[in-house]
Design a protein around this ligand. Structure first.
Ligand code: SF4
Length: 376
């Protein structure tokens, strides 16, 4: 448990220009409620400023925070900085989509000290972008990346998606090669999933689209990992690559290491670890969120204390998704884990070094099922 480390602050901006076909994040394809949300999120900050006075990372996520106009971005950032303190060298990220990013917005972000952009590119093939229901073209994505550089952002992450039936290994390589020419400091490569209830899932149910199958997904994953590592990126989490260890995403690493975090905004999750691990999450409705805060109430939909077993299982699960792996000492109360580890080692899924269990590339591929087996 990492109670000594400085927490991270996440703010959920639940607005998008349109809804992407694969998306199951909470967001609405309308900007009408932005003023009410902004007022509410500023009220929510006040509820937590005593409990969480300081952070060393800020992550404006969504949704699409870049749909906010400059004046709204400025008002949001001003409130954040008024209510919370950030250390001497914070990591401050905003997620952005190419169709809604502008040089003026980027300047506003820089003026408030933001130093990292996570850009939703997904693919540089327009046919893939159409398949995904994205609101931008490949050309817009490239121009948005250049705009980030021109605005002075020297830490830019690019989000990509692989495993689409419209994509071949050759066209995926073409996207990656163009991205690599830009030398982003960080690249996230997510495998396409068909989440229940999304437009893409409905199309799949109706037989209009299909998954490429587990075998091809594994081939894409392994090839991508090898390719990016050969080009100097460290594969530090199942879906994440960094151009150097100094570019690992500080904020997201808190989630993977059980460092406390505060999430504000509709549907945001939070974690406190003392005196006992506790998680809570906000209502998944902008209207309800605004109503509750308007009445001076916390917009919390639910919360739970994490039992020791639950906490351990999560620790194993999260740690085995990263190249830092799991401290073997955490397994002392799980004697059967030694037998499981020996098997995994033999199968090439993990290696044991410096007292830690570290997943191999093939281990990353099955990371989701490893933790349960360790806990027995
Ligand atoms: S832009 Fe992001 S959050 Fe919005 S609908 Fe698309 S994937 Fe979802």
């Amino acid at each position: 448990m990492n109670s000594q480390e400085i927490p991270g602050l996440y703010i959920h901006t639940p607005f998008c220009r349109s809804k992407c076909f694969y998306c199951d994040f909470y967001s609405v394809a309308s900007r009408a409620e932005i003023p009410a949300w902004l007022e509410a999120v500023r009220a929510e900050m006040k509820l937590y400023k005593e409990e969480f006075p300081a952070f060393d990372s800020l992550y404006l996520g969504g949704g699409t925070p870049s749909v906010l106009e400059e004046r709204d971005l400025a008002a949001l950032l001003e409130s954040i900085l008024q209510n919370f303190a950030f250390g001497a060298d914070p990591e401050m990220t905003m997620e952005a989509n190419p169709e809604s990013l502008s040089p003026e917005k980027l300047k506003t972000l820089r003026d408030f000290g933001l130093n990292r952009i996570s850009l939703g590119v997904q693919s540089l093939e327009d046919s893939d972008l159409k398949y995904l229901g994205r609101a931008h073209s490949a050309g817009q994505a490239l121009r948005a990346f250049e705009a980030c550089r021109s605005a002075g952002f020297s830490n830019v992450s690019v989000d990509l998606i692989y495993g689409l039936e419209t994509q071949s290994l050759k066209s995926w390589k073409k996207t990656l090669d163009t991205i690599l020419e830009l030398r982003p400091e960080h690249i996230s490569c997510y495998q396409l999933t068909f989440e229940k209830g999304t437009a893409l899932w409905k199309k799949k149910e109706a037989g209009r689209v299909r998954s490429i199958g587990e075998k091809m997904e594994a081939a894409f994953f392994l090839w991508t990992s090898r390719y990016l590592q050969r080009r100097g990126y460290c594969h530090y989490e199942v879906s994440n690559f960094a151009a150097g260890r100094e570019f690992l995403c500080r904020h997201n690493r808190k989630y993977w290491r059980h460092v406390p975090y505060l999430g504000l905004g509709p549907s945001a999750h939070s974690l406190a670890v003392v005196p006992q691990p506790r998680r809570w999450w906000n209502v998944k409705s902008v209207r309800e969120y605004c109503r509750l805060l308007g009445e001076g109430k916390a917009p919390v939909a639910g919360w739970e204390f994490l039992s020791r077993e639950q906490f351990d299982l999560e620790t194993f699960d999260l740690a085995l998704r990263t190249d830092e792996g799991l401290d073997m000492a955490a397994l002392k109360d799980y004697p059967q884990s030694q037998r499981v580890l020996a098997q995994w080692q033999k199968s090439g899924l993990v290696r044991l070094s410096e007292g830690r269990v570290r997943p191999t590339r093939r281990g990353f591929l099955v990371a989701d099922s490893l933790a349960v087996m360790l806990a027995g």
